[in-house]
Design a protein around this ligand. Structure first.
Ligand code: PLP
Length: 397
C-alpha cells in the first residue's frame, strides 16, 4: 500500500536549516528559523528556567498521568499572565484553560473545537500569516479565508482593506488575529486599529481567535497583551492560543495554553467539556515538564522577577538590533528606506528584497532567510551586522 504514496516536499524552513548546518562558510548567518538568539548566536536556556528545573528535579515525586486540561495551577498562572490577574473574565469564571503541546497544540485544538461548534464557518487569516497556521487550522477541517494585512510596497498594514474584507465575513465566522509581534511581518495593530477591529467583530457576530505566541517580546508583557485583554472585555465568545516556546525559551518542551471564553460561566463549562473530550481523542493529555517549569517560575515571586528581567533583556536586545540595523543601512550606499524595521515588533520583519536577491545572499554570502525575505532580526549580532549590511549592499546594487 505504501508504494502508492508520493513524497511530500520538506518544510522550506527545515530544509533551509539542513543546508545551513552543512555550510562551512565561517561567517554564515542564520536569519531563517524563528528562535531567539543571543549575542553569541545561541538559543540559551534562561536562568530562571534552569533554577526552576533544578527545583523540580528535587521535588517532583511522580510521573503519573495528568488530565486532558493539564495542570490546573499552570492554567491559572498563565491565565493571569495573559489576561491580567484582575480581569473581569477570570472573575466571572468565563475562561476555561487547557495546557497544550506548544502554541501549535493550542491552535489545533482550538480549531478542532471551533469545527465542532460550526462546520460551515470559515476562519479568516491575515495575508500573509505564519505558514503553519494554514495546515494547523485547515487540518481540523475549517475552510480558510484571507483578509489583506501587510502592504509590501508601503511596509504598513493595509488597514482599510483588512476591514473591508472582514465586512464580507458571515456571522459565526472566526477571525484569527496575531496578539503581538505579527509573524511574518512584525507589523502590529495599534490601539485604535484594535478597537476598530473589535467593533467590526462585535457588530458582525464574528468570533475572534487570537494567537499570542510572543507575549513580552514586543513592547512588554502587559503592553503586548492589550489586544487580548481589550477583546476579552467586550466579546461574548473568544479563543486565545498562547505559547511558552519563545518567552520562556521552552521550544522543545512543547508548552502552550488554549483559552476559551464563553458567554456565561455555565456555557464555558460546557465548552470545556467539549474541548477536553477532543483533547482526549487526539493526544489524551499534554506533556508535563515544560508546564511544570513555567508553573514553578510563575508561582515564585523571586523566579518570576528573574524571568521578567531576562525576558526584558531579550526584548531590548531585539529593539537595539532593529535600531542598529537601520542606522547601518542608512550609513551605507543603500538608497532604499529601511526605517520600517525600527517601527516593527518582535523577531521578524520582511526585508522587502526579491527571492532572487534572497538566493544571492544565500549562495554568495551564506546568509540564510526564507524566500519571502522574512528575516529573524535576533539572528544578527554586533559582529555579523557589518557583514550582513555589506552583503545587502551588493545584492541590492
Ligand atoms: C505566530 C505563531 N504562532 C504559534 C507558534 C507556535 O509555537 P510553538 O508551537 O512552538 O509553541 C509560532 C511559532 O513559531 C508562531 O510563530
Amino acid at each position: 500500500m505504501f508504494e502508492a504514496l508520493n513524497p511530500l516536499p520538506q518544510d522550506p524552513i527545515l530544509a533551509m536549516m539542513a543546508s545551513y548546518q552543512q555550510d562551512s562558510h565561517p561567517q554564515k548567518l542564520d536569519l531563517g528559523i524563528g528562535v531567539y538568539k543571543d549575542d553569541q548566536g545561541h538559543t540559551p536556556i534562561m536562568q530562571a528556567v534552569q533554577l526552576a528545573e533544578k527545583a523540580l528535579i528535587e521535588t517532583e515525586i511522580t510521573k503519573s498521568y495528568t488530565a486532558p486540561a493539564g495542570s490546573p495551577k499552570y492554567n491559572q498562572l498563565v491565565a493571569e499572565l495573559v489576561f491580567g490577574a484582575e480581569h473581569k473574565v477570570l472573575r466571572d469564571q468565563r475562561v476555561i484553560s487547557a495546557q497544550t503541546p506548544g502554541g501549535c497544540g493550542a491552535l489545533r485544538m482550538g480549531a478542532e473545537f471551533l469545527k465542532g461548534c460550526s462546520s460551515d464557518s470559515r476562519v479568516w487569516v491575515s495575508s500573509p500569516t505564519w505558514a503553519n497556521h494554514i495546515p494547523l487550522l485547515g487540518g481540523a477541517g475549517l475552510a480558510i479565508a484571507e483578509y489583506p494585512y501587510y502592504d509590501y510596497s508601503d511596509k504598513t498594514i493595509q488597514f482599510d482593506a483588512m476591514l473591508a474584507a472582514l465586512e464580507t465575513a458571515a456571522a459565526g465566522d472566526f477571525v484569527l488575529l496575531h496578539g503581538c509581534c505579527h509573524n511574518p511581518s512584525g507589523a502590529d495593530l495599534n490601539k485604535e486599529q484594535w478597537l476598530a477591529v473589535a467593533e467590526l467583530i462585535e457588530r458582525k457576530g464574528l468570533i475572534p481567535f487570537i494567537d499570542m505566541a510572543y507575549q513580552g517580546l514586543g513592547s512588554g508583557l502587559d503592553q503586548d497583551a492589550y489586544g487580548v485583554r481589550m477583546m476579552a472585555e467586550r466579546m461574548p465568545e473568544m479563543l486565545v492560543a498562547t505559547s511558552c516556546s519563545k518567552n520562556f525559551g521552552l521550544y522543545r518542551e512543547r508548552t502552550g495554553t488554549l483559552f476559551i471564553i464563553g458567554n456565561t460561566a455555565e456555557q464555558t463549562q460546557v465548552a470545556g467539556s467539549q474541548l477536553f473530550s477532543r483533547i482526549r481523542s487526539h493526544y489524551s493529555m499534554p506533556p508535563s515538564h515544560g508546564a511544570a517549569i513555567v508553573e514553578t517560575i510563575l508561582a515564585d515571586t523571586a523566579l518570576t522577577k528573574q524571568w521578567e528581567e531576562e525576558l526584558a533583556s531579550m526584548r531590548q536586545r531585539i529593539q537595539t538590533l532593529r535600531q542598529s540595523l537601520v542606522k547601518k543601512i542608512s550609513a551605507s550606499s543603500i538608497a532604499n528606506d529601511f526605517s520600517f524595521i525600527e517601527q516593527q515588533f518582535g523577531m521578524f520583519s520582511f526585508l522587502g528584497i526579491s527571492p532572487v536577491q534572497v538566493a544571492q545572499l544565500r549562495t554568495q554570502y551564506s546568509i540564510y532567510m526564507i524566500d519571502s525575505s522574512r528575516m529573524n532580526v535576533a539572528g544578527l549580532n554586533d559582529q555579523s551586522m557589518d557583514y550582513f549590511v555589506a552583503a545587502l549592499e551588493e545584492v541590492i546594487r
